[in-house]
Design a protein around this ligand. Structure first.
Ligand code: NAP
Length: 282
């Protein structure tokens, strides 16, 4: 059963992902939203937080929240706010002050703290919460994948799998690999990593999306013998995974943290829109 959106529907999207931008676009009727891998980490274009004209009666008001990790994020359609809320209580207070009726956690599958905060804030404020998660990746014939439950787990497994690692898990967790003195690392990130870092390291500053040719070239040029990645997932297999399969090198995959217990989960835009139509507003 689908209910008409109430006159005061206000959806708060916790963003920083393609899914968040696509949901904001779908709810605001905006066009031309790109499909880049991490829109929160893209070059400057329309970067000042903005409040658009209030939605007409009966329309959905959409606010996307970004963490503010990147100096110049591309903003999604609708209203935006940038920066932390000050924990679950701060988020709950924001929800109540801005009359949010629905909360969608569309953060990156590895933004574990924020997902926990969202669950706590939903309980505190009484607002229904949905976790929107892109599907994870699954191995295909020819893939040689080893799974780790955490970055620390991956650091423990890595030396047995290779000695020249292409590390694509982001600059924030790089310190977890800093003690691996025998492994040579190629690290790709948007912004430079901070110390401590592994001693044998080359940093490649680059933004996705990357093509299969890019990835093939990188693996060959740097004689990579193991790829390390988070199971960030997406609608298609990432070119780096295809390149690893073609090259015959193992992939060390860090599993996603689970969605907090009791939180509804959608794996597609259509499912999220259905949930928004059906969930009883706060
Ligand atoms: P995190 O560890 O889960 O969150 C740390 C803190 O950052 C939160 O407690 C919250 O601060 C603030 N925060 C996170 N997401 C926020 C949002 N959408 N709006 C407002 N505040 C937010 O998060 P993270 O792993 O550092 O990721 C930060 C952002 O980058 C996320 O929005 C995520 O979608 C995006 N991102 C993450 C990854 C990844 O691999 N982790 C990759 C691509 C993009 P307060 O407690 O003060 O509210």
């Amino acid at each position: 059963m689908s209910a008409e959106p109430g006159p005061g529907r206000h959806v708060l999207i916790l963003g920083g992902t393609t899914e968040a931008r696509r949901l904001a676009a779908a709810l605001t009727g905006a066009r031309g939203v790109g499909e880049a891998a991490h829109p929160d980490a893209h070059p400057a274009r329309d970067t000042a937080p903005r409040a658009v004209r209030p939605a007409p009666p009966g329309a959905t008001r959409v606010t996307t929240s970004l963490a503010g990790r990147v100096a110049a994020p591309v903003l999604p359609p609708g209203e935006t706010r940038i920066g932390g809320f000050g924990g679950p209580a701060g988020l709950a207070a924001w929800i109540l002050a801005h009359r949010v009726t629905h909360l969608v956690d569309a953060t990156h599958p590895f933004a574990e703290r924020m997902s926990f905060n969202a669950a706590e804030a939903a309980a505190l404020s009484g607002v229904p919460l949905l976790a929107l998660r892109r599907p994870g990746w699954t191995p295909e014939p020819g893939d040689e994948w080893t799974f780790a439950d955490s970055l620390a787990g991956a650091a423990g497994l890595l030396p047995a799998l290779g000695s020249r690692a292409f590390l694509t898990t982001g600059r924030m967790g790089l310190h977890t690999f800093a003690h691996l003195t025998d492994t040579w690392f190629l690290v790709r990130s948007v912004d430079p990593p901070a110390a401590p870092t592994p001693p044998r390291l080359e940093v490649l500053l680059a933004r996705g999306p990357f093509t299969l040719d890019d990835e093939r070239d990188l693996l060959a040029r740097h004689r990579i013998d193991v790829l390390v990645t988070k199971d960030s997932g997406g609608s298609a297999t990432a070119p780096k995974l295809t390149a690893a399969r073609e090259t015959g090198i193992p992939v060390l995959v860090v599993r996603r943290p689970p969605v907090p217990e009791g939180v509804a989960e959608a794996r597609s835009m259509a499912a999220a829109l259905r949930w928004l139509d059906c969930a009883e507003p706060a």
